[in-house]
Design a binder for this molecule. Structure first.
Ligand SMILES: Nc1nc(=O)c2c([nH]1)NC[C@@H]1CN(c3ccc(C(=O)N[C@@H](CCC(=O)O)C(=O)O)cc3)C=[N+]21
Length: 300
């Protein structure tokens, strides 16, 4: 930890691990209820293409969490050289498999594979990542679908920390399909006034400085500076960058944590913030998909 990082900040730390554990306990109970009603367990299929070490870690932890909560986990590891056709054939097989309720294809895919085409091939009812255009459209239309895991986890943390979000000014920095765009939609649905900022935004510092809620999802280490943050704002940091520091590799977010925690009222740490919630909302989505597919009422 840096000298600045060890200074006590004023902000409350939003403990993503604790919130994820609490959500996990509720999901585990509902998985048992589901099994009691249907005689089977919710099933999650995770597809990994290639051998990116960080992706391997995430895929393994998703499988481990699914099993821990009593779900079935199906892990498919394909070589980096797999053809688009073979990957699409696996997706078709998983679509047709009744034991599979959720399908997640770990992104990014290796060069040469068309990830949008792969996502479009997933049955929207099994798209637990919420990336299929049908699910993105449901979200934009205010209809029930499946919502991308990371933004859903961020919204849960914001509601836990702030209670009512209506009327607050929110800025989302980053416009990816995986995080930024669905995050902006969720905040809009929660009646925030939303600014969606990106690499071409003019005066990002000024716009961040007017926001009650800052969601940083750019993937650029500590680019949101602490002095930009409006005093009393709530900061959600989606970034996870590995940076060499003091001879070690450190995981840091998109936000200058030490600086921001001197001004924010509450902030998520990295690690231990959004990351653990992302895995748990994937489990939540898998349970929702399983209930809908089984014709059971959505569990709360
Ligand atoms: N189709 C798809 N869906 C995803 O949701 C998806 C993906 N592809 N590709 C990669 C990113 C990354 N991602 C993370 C999940 C958990 C942590 C996590 O639990 N992080 C821990 C720390 C883990 C560590 O120390 O490396 C934490 O923040 O506390 C981080 C990142 C999901 N992703």
């Amino acid at each position: 930890m840096t000298a600045a990082g060890s200074l006590p900040g004023r902000a409350a730390i939003i403990d993503g691990r604790a919130h994820a554990d609490a959500l996990g306990a509720r999901i585990a109970q509902q998985v048992q209820d589901f099994a009691g009603h249907t005689g089977r367990r919710p099933g999650l299929a995770v597809v990994l293409v290639g051998t990116d070490p960080a992706s391997e870690v995430y895929v393994r932890s998703k499988g481990r969490m699914a099993r821990k909560l009593g779900m079935e986990s199906f892990e498919h590891v394909l070589p980096e050289t797999v053809s688009q056709a073979d990957l699409l054939a696996l997706v078709a097989q998983l679509n047709a498999d009744d034991a599979v309720d959720g399908i997640l294809v770990q992104l990014p895919l290796p060069q040469g594979l068309d990830s949008l085409a792969v996502i479009e091939a997933i049955d929207p009812a099994k798209d637990v990542d919420g990336l299929h255009p049908v699910n993105a459209g449901y979200l934009a239309s205010g209809l029930p679908g499946l919502v991308s895991c990371t933004p859903l986890g961020c919204l849960m943390l914001l509601k836990e920390s702030l209670g009512e979000l209506a009327g607050l000014d929110a800025i989302v920095v980053g416009r990816s399909i995986l995080v930024g765009k669905p995050m902006a939609q969720l905040l809009l649905a929660a009646n925030c006034t939303v600014t969606l900022a990106h690499s071409r935004t003019v005066d990002l510092a000024g716009k961040v400085g007017r926001a009650d809620i800052v969601v940083a999802a750019v993937g650029s280490a500590e680019m949101i500076r602490g002095e930009w943050i409006k005093p009393g704002a709530t900061v959600i940091d989606v970034g996870t960058s590995r940076v060499p520091r003091d001879g070690k590799n450190h995981l840091v977010g998109d936000v200058d944590f030490a600086g921001a925690s001197l001004r924010a009222r509450a902030i998520t740490p990295v690690p231990g913030g959004v990351g653990p919630m992302t895995i748990m909302t994937l489990m939540h989505n898998t349970l929702i998909a399983a209930c809908r597919r089984a014709g059971l009422p959505a569990l709360s």
